[in-house]
Design a protein around this ligand. Structure first.
Ligand SMILES: [Zn+2]
Ligand SMILES: [Zn+2]
Length: 277
């Protein structure tokens, strides 16, 4: 079992000590984890200026030697995507040795839709259909940029949006969603199945399983799985049951990364085990 989306206290919104995460991961029977700290390029973002590549890299080297043979730890990063900052993002990533790079939509224009206040403002200002379409447009641009290994928490807009608008269905936005999924499949990018939505308002993964199924239908193959933990109790959060669900819809492999190259881990009952998180 793996967890490919974890924030340590190297992220502005997490107080999780890396060592605590490693101990907890071992206790839960995880074989591999990826630390994916926030990397934000916009001064309006609360994480702006917080990212410490040197500190993260040094700490990871220590942890790798400390947990050798017990836990594989990967150097990931979660980048906030903005179209106008593509060059800046690419330039930053260019000389770094990440294992795994997630691109996530947290901002639509200048509005932070990964927070409650921003989302409230967004849906006050923009009509429902148009607002949801803009989210898909930004996501499509992220995928087309070709910068990232993985699309992070697709549909995370629903986290707070459902407080302010009526939920949407896959059918309602079939066209833009399919375009995104097709582009991911075509590029050989990975789609993240993020279990944090199960503890949020939608009570479904980001994206919902129906969309993961559609991704497979459209030729998509590569999936990563992550809990988006910022708290100890969220490490590996409901990953075993989500892996079982994925197995049931025909997913055979989970994608792992080393130095930004894909590796595959076959899914089987033996890897899921009976442990519940
Ligand atoms: Zn995120
Ligand atoms: Zn995250």
């Amino acid at each position: 079992m793996v967890d490919y989306h974890i924030h340590t206290d190297f992220s502005c919104d997490s107080q999780l000590m890396p060592e605590v995460i490693c101990e907890r991961a071992i206790e839960l029977g995880l074989s591999e984890i990826a630390f994916t700290e926030h990397l934000d390029f916009d001064p309006i973002d609360e994480g702006y200026g917080y990212y410490n590549y040197k500190g993260i890299s040094e700490n990871l080297l220590e942890l790798k030697s400390l947990y050798k043979g017990r836990l594989i730890i990967k150097k990931g990063v979660e980048v906030t995507y903005q179209r106008e900052r593509e060059d800046e993002i690419e330039k930053f990533l260019d000389d770094k040795d990440f294992d795994f790079v997630i691109g996530s939509v947290h901002l639509i224009g200048e509005i932070d839709v990964s927070g409650d206040k921003g989302t409230e403002k967004y849906f006050k200002e923009v009509e429902r259909k148009k607002a949801i379409r803009s989210y898909f447009e930004t996501t499509h641009n992220l995928v087309n940029s070709g910068i990232f290994d993985c699309l992070g928490h697709f549909e995370m807009l629903r986290r707070y949006a459902l407080k302010y608008i009526k939920d949407y269905s896959y059918e309602e936005f079939k066209e833009p969603i399919d375009e995104i999924l097709e582009a991911i499949a075509k590029k050989g990018m990975t789609l993240e199945v993020n279990t944090s939505g199960l503890r949020h308002l939608p009570e479904e993964t980001y994206p919902r399983i129906e969309i993961v199924e559609r991704f497979l239908e459209l030729g998509g193959q590569n999936l990563t799985i992550g809990s988006d933990s910022h708290l100890p109790e969220h490490i590996g959060y409901r990953i075993p049951e989500t892996m079982e669900l994925l197995l049931n819809i025909g997913v055979k492999e989970i994608t792992l990364f080393s130095k930004r190259k894909k590796e595959f881990k076959r899914m089987g009952k033996y890897q899921i085990g009976s442990r519940r998180l």
